[in-house]
Design a protein around this ligand. Structure first.
Ligand SMILES: N[C@@H](CCC[C@H](N)C(=O)O)C(=O)O
Length: 280
């Protein structure tokens, strides 16, 4: 079989609790960057590679690296907790250090080895209506929507519903309707969570720009923050998602999150495929 041409675009495929990512390192690409059309083409699960998010690593003057997050529909996201953990696992191994600092659209975040895993500090939750952001001044703790969900920003918007049974929610119907509710000027990620034990939530997710995913790290952070604020849990919460379990710990210096990480395969997007207009 013909080997990939050397001028193709290398990538790494990873997942964190089933939330899957294509990771492209643009630090040595002479300023070339992923375009929205390329992100959509690479994200096509039939004609491309497929991902929930594409994480692009670019250089940054004030941090070890900068991350740009792309959704499968070609839109960008200000935060992605699970991709941040996956890239941090690569970077911690590459740097041979115990900690890294990386820049994102919401500022500089940190990740480090701790308690046998890779933890990422997703920063302070955004709890004011205009920080989430919401379209008008309502109480983000109890939104005027059916079910009275909570809105929490984690660098991206989240709408968290606490329901008796997350399994019973028709996610494919409720998710897109809430994602595009006029209360969310930038659309929103949508989470349905049920309390299943002390400091433990079962959660299912509809992600803005992607749809149903097996896990969402920033969503887990938002749900843990909302659960604490409602008096349902303490500040350290275990969340069981469709693809695995995440742990969130809301500390003085930010909302920390950890969970499983796997490097699945390395590949090269063929130069011919890219040049043929797939994502041009
Ligand atoms: N999978 C993510 C969140 C990805 C971004 C989201 N779809 C958005 O548009 O905000 C995570 O692990 O946080």
């Amino acid at each position: 079989m013909e080997r990939p041409s050397s001028d193709g675009l290398p990538f790494v495929k990873m997942h964190g609790a089933g939330n899957d990512f294509v990771i492209i390192d643009s630090r040595a690409r002479d300023g070339r960057r992923v375009s929205p059309a390329q992100a959509r083409a690479i994200g096509d699960r039939h004609r491309g590679v497929g991902f929930d998010q594409l994480a692009e690593i670019v250089p940054d003057d004030g941090a070890d690296y900068r991350l740009i997050f792309w959704n499968a529909d070609g839109s960008q996201a200000g935060a992605c907790g699970n991709a941040s953990r996956c890239v941090a696992a690569l970077m911690l191994a590459e740097a041979g250090t115990g900690a890294v600092r990386f820049a994102t659209a919401r500022g500089i975040l940190a990740a480090r080895h701790e308690q046998g895993g890779v933890w990422v500090n997703m920063g302070a939750p955004q709890l004011a209506w205009d920080e989430v952001p919401l379209a008008r001044a309502v109480d983000p703790g109890h939104l005027p929507l059916e079910g009275g969900p909570a809105a929490v920003g984690m660098g991206n918007p989240h709408c968290v519903f606490f329901v008796p049974d997350a399994e019973a929610v028709p996610l494919a119907e409720r998710g897109p309707a809430v994602e595009r509710d006029p209360l969310f000027p930038q659309r929103t990620n949508v989470e349905f969570a049920s309390l299943t034990g002390p400091d433990r939530l079962r959660m299912r997710v509809w992600e803005r720009g992607t749809g149903i995913t097996l896990a969402c790290g920033s969503g887990a952070c938002a749900a843990a923050v909302a659960a604490y604020r409602r008096g349902l849990t303490g500040r350290r919460v275990t969340l069981d998602l469709d693809g695995g379990t995440l742990i969130v710990d809301w500390r003085e210096d930010g909302v920390w999150m950890t969970g499983p990480v796997a490097r699945v395969f390395d590949g090269v997007l063929r130069a011919e495929w890219l040049a043929a207009g797939h994502g041009a």
